[in-house]
Design a protein around this ligand. Sequence first.
Ligand SMILES: O=P(O)(O)OC[C@H]1O[C@H](O[C@H]2O[C@H](CO)[C@@H](O)[C@H](O)[C@H]2O)[C@H](O)[C@@H](O)[C@@H]1O
Length: 918
Amino acid sequence: MTVFIASLFLPYTIDFQLTEPRHGQNASVSSHANVDGPGPIVGRLSDTCFQTRPLGCLPLTPGATTEDETVFKGYTWRLTDEIPIANDRLWHGPSEPRAIPWGHSRRFNQPKSKATDPPTPSILSSRSQIQGSRRDLSLDGSQDRWGMKYHNSTRVSLSNADWVVKAAEQGHGGLQNAIHAAEKSSLLKDKMWVGTLGMPTDSLSAPTRTDIAETLQDMYDSLTVFVSDNEFEGHYTHFCRAVLWPALHYQMQESPRHTEYDDYSWIQYLKLNLAFAETIIKHWKPGDRIWVHDYHFLLLPGLLRQRLPQAEIGFFLHTPFPSSEIFRCLTPREELLDGLLGADLIGFQTEEYCNHFLQSCSRLLRLEVSANKVHLKHQYVSVVSSPMGIDSLSLYTLRQSTEVKGWIHSIGHKYQGQYLIVARDRLDAPGGIKQKLLAYELFLETYPAWREQVVLVQVMSSASEIPELETQISKIAMRINATYSTITHQPLVLVQQDISHFQFIALLSVAHIFMATNLREGMNLTSHDFIHCQDGQLSFHRHGSLILSEFVGSASIFRGHKLLVNPWDYKQCADAIKSALDMSPAERKLNWNFLLDCKSPYTALKWHIRLQDALTKAHGIQQIRQTNHLSPVSPDDLKNSYVAATARIFFLEDGAIFGPAFGIEESLPSNKICATIQALINDAKNILYIISNRSTEQLREVLEKLPCELGFITENGCFLQEPESALWIPFVPESAMKWRPGIKKIMEYFLERTEGSRIEERRCSLTFHYNGALDHEVAARQASELADQINGAHGRADFHVVREATSVKVEPPHASLGNGKAAAYVLDHLPNNRYPEFLFAAGGSRSGETLFHWANELAVAPIASRFDKSELGKILHVTTVTTSTHATEARSVLPPGCSLLDVLDELASFMSNGEETK
Ligand SMILES: O=P(O)(O)OC[C@H]1O[C@H](O[C@H]2O[C@H](CO)[C@@H](O)[C@H](O)[C@H]2O)[C@H](O)[C@@H](O)[C@@H]1O
């Protein structure tokens, strides 16, 4: 079985050998590249389409006053700083962030992008304008928009260039570490990365592309997806980074490039997703598994599902999934959700993101959702929270390297006697650098005694152009250094370029405080790296403090941590710095141990294992649950186990046995049904429960005709009435219904404004029905608005909203409800000598699913501990049968041409001694 791992950037890229060969280069593969051979178009491109790797120093911090910061070196400073290719056991790449502007590598010789500016909106433009908008990335002919310098002398001919495969600068470090950890542990044997090269490829000739693709496929388990530079820029720069990324991080904004109506970037997003789908479909074989990673591919699961209906598809979102209030602002919101729902399993970093996603499906697609699934017409999509972690073993090995030790020595030496606060973030709004600097400024202002003892080293990497933010940050940095520097001390070092992984790990090792105060972030694995780097094994300093934003995924792992902060609350952040500095070694050690304990269940490997298992289960269930895959109940098997059993129990859903109209339109059970039920009950070995969504009162009215030896479970498992008892046992305490008055008010508001609607009140639920509405369309819109308001209501965790065709129902959350729970109680309270060997559960409504789930589990672990030893070993024959066609956990359907009544009638005809009564 091959596991395809779709991630926008492959872990590998290509470095063209256009300059003198570099010493120490760990070239794994070298090939004679056939780049843009002679020809009319190629000739035009040949001297402008490559830029060579520039070498540069880091720009100094605005307002820098000391030489201290020159200890940091840019990413390209030393060749030994290069990230090695993950082909040995010692590999550990940067967890994050790796924000490198696409097409602007600082270390590799790669083609320049040939992408044109976004096409001018077609409604306003002519073709000539579009042609005229071709962008020249070299702004003044010698400098691009990221300030990368290249001179005419470095523009080289593209023919005869060799290339080598290198570890990529971009991409998912955390994911790559996890995959590597799984391979090391032999948990992943046959994988195939699917991704782009992370560089513009328009300039490459077809033979060069083929060469590269073949090399990567044969030697690096990688399928290369080639898309045009325009498509890539549209997808990544203009849609992913400018629209999706901000929205997912609660920064809903208009793309700066979308100054007029145009959906070109959305089209490019779709095209790139299609290109990935095509590549995977071409290589997929039955039994293979597909994992799709991150927000770059929200459409990919759906595109794959259309063509590979039986494929095992998992999706993991590494970023946050925002509140549905934010998500609903995205224009293609339905398409994005639909695309995701092509997966069998969707994984998120935290429970909160799962809930936001489920709410979005409920509100925007009007789908029924439950705690961990979305119900589609013929299937379920499972939703799990599985926090990502790091591979601490390879991090440990990396920390032993001479490079890291060397950097620990130089940085430690430079900052000796000072307290080092370290931070590394993307230079974008969610990164929160601006807010952090303001908090730091407030700290210096409020606590003067610390001014000359503390240095904040803020590393910032940038993948996109955000000049206003950059200017603001520079201004604040300048102000801090101008106000608080002395001749010998500079309180802020702004490293305005990413530094090598070795340097950064060294920084984490010598830091006293690590500040991860992002405004939003999917997880933040750097804080996990920091905890390990503070074990004191390599530097004298240990048990440093972590100041962590409450808005990053990691905060859900470190719940209860003393230094969780709201990054917008500058005073709280300033005080957190002070508290961290004031802490005694014993306190710091206590906190550090707490953090280490909290994170130990969340390693890269465990993340991998959890998701693999969850996908196996979700896909397996998916296959079983599709009713067209279910086999009909075998009358012979059923009869044999029925006859052999000394005690039997039946759970029958009212709609399945009495018909869907039962209890609604005065439709009472027919005499035939009553006779069959009576016949079953007459057999002393049988116990029967009727399960209903209706209220106890409604049932009482219509069931007068039925024998009193029946038991009842009503209101979706809220109440139980044992046979021959008048008592109703409640399963949901009054205290769990506190939401009721508030929700009722909201419903009444909509009732007044929706003609023909009504509210149905039951003990455990409130339902707003609009099947009788005069204007159905208006009523449906009102119902959506109602569901929105209820979902946004206070105490959301206390109730569950179910959207159905013409109703909105609010009930206690599924965890505290369900027919399965009541049925389990029944079984647990049976007299010892009646433990059943035959259990028959039949139903067709969604709420019947918890009963099937419970009964199927029982078939695996049948005997509860409270039963006599003599009961142990009895085989429980469980039959779960559905009468509907929706996706189900039932294991069988009715035999063709048979109704449930026919099946029960047949059983009732056997007397306890196994003889037929008729
Ligand atoms: O910048 P992109 O290429 O668009 O990719 C986004 C980031 O992806 C990775 O970070 C995400 O996954 C991490 C691990 O699950 C998670 O901790 C983080 O919060 C997510 O944003 C990658 O590590 C970053 O370098 C990328 O920028």
